[in-house]
Design a protein around this ligand. Structure first.
Ligand SMILES: CC(C)(COP(=O)(O)OP(=O)(O)OC[C@H]1O[C@@H](n2cnc3c(N)ncnc32)[C@H](O)[C@@H]1OP(=O)(O)O)[C@@H](O)C(=O)NCCC(=O)NCCS
Length: 159
């Protein structure tokens, strides 16, 4: 297993991540919400330093296949894990845990005081994963578009 940043010149990698963002929404919220072009634009937005300080990180298996991704960004002074996804066949192998460790290291290097992510209150795998890494729910509220109850899982990085 290894992690690397998405190649911003690779249409294929950008499209793959955008497709899997759609798969995440279907799996977690039961609907896609945005079309593929919107999601491709959203991935690209994260790759432009003029927009945001962010990274799109890929998980690569032993055979070289891209089996997962995570998107990190600095937002309102905190380190936000915007999304994580691992294909079903590659789950429970530690990819998401590796993404989280990589994210924390990157946020700490930026001296951000807090890291957090938002997910559905019913997303037990993700809540279990973050709980193991020292995150706890500190906010909740409905998604404006879907009505899904969302929780914020947060962890203080400063002493
Ligand atoms: C949540 C998700 C990213 C986890 O990816 P993963 O690579 O399988 O996770 P890991 O192998 O790193 O799991 C690490 C730990 O997290 C917890 N965990 C992960 N999946 C779990 C599950 N299905 N049930 C319970 N705990 C789970 C466990 O503590 C696990 O450790 P263990 O395997 O030693 O028990 C993956 O299931 C996924 O892509 N889900 C759909 C998309 C999604 O929910 N994304 C987040 C939206 S905000």
């Amino acid at each position: 297993m290894r992690l690397r940043d998405l190649d911003p010149l690779s249409e294929a990698e950008i499209t793959l991540v955008a497709e899997r963002m759609g798969a995440t929404l279907v799996e977690v919220e039961g609907q896609e919400l945005y079309d593929l072009d919107w999601r491709i634009a959203r991935v690209r937005w994260h790759l432009e330093a003029a927009n945001v300080e962010a990274r799109v990180v890929l998980g690569i298996d032993e055979g070289g296949a891209i089996v997962g991704h995570t998107i990190l960004r600095v937002e309102l002074g905190l380190g936000l894990v915007s999304t994580s996804y691992v294909i079903p066949q590659a789950r429970r192998q530690g990819f998401a845990a590796a993404f989280l460790q990589d994210a924390e290291a990157w946020f700490r290097a930026r001296q951000l005081p807090l890291t957090a992510t938002w997910t559905s209150s019913t997303n037990e795998p993700l809540i279990a994963l973050y709980g193991r890494h020292g995150f706890a729910e500190d906010q909740r509220g409905p998604n404006d578009f879907t009505g899904t109850m969302m929780v914020r899982l947060a962890k203080r990085l400063s002493a």
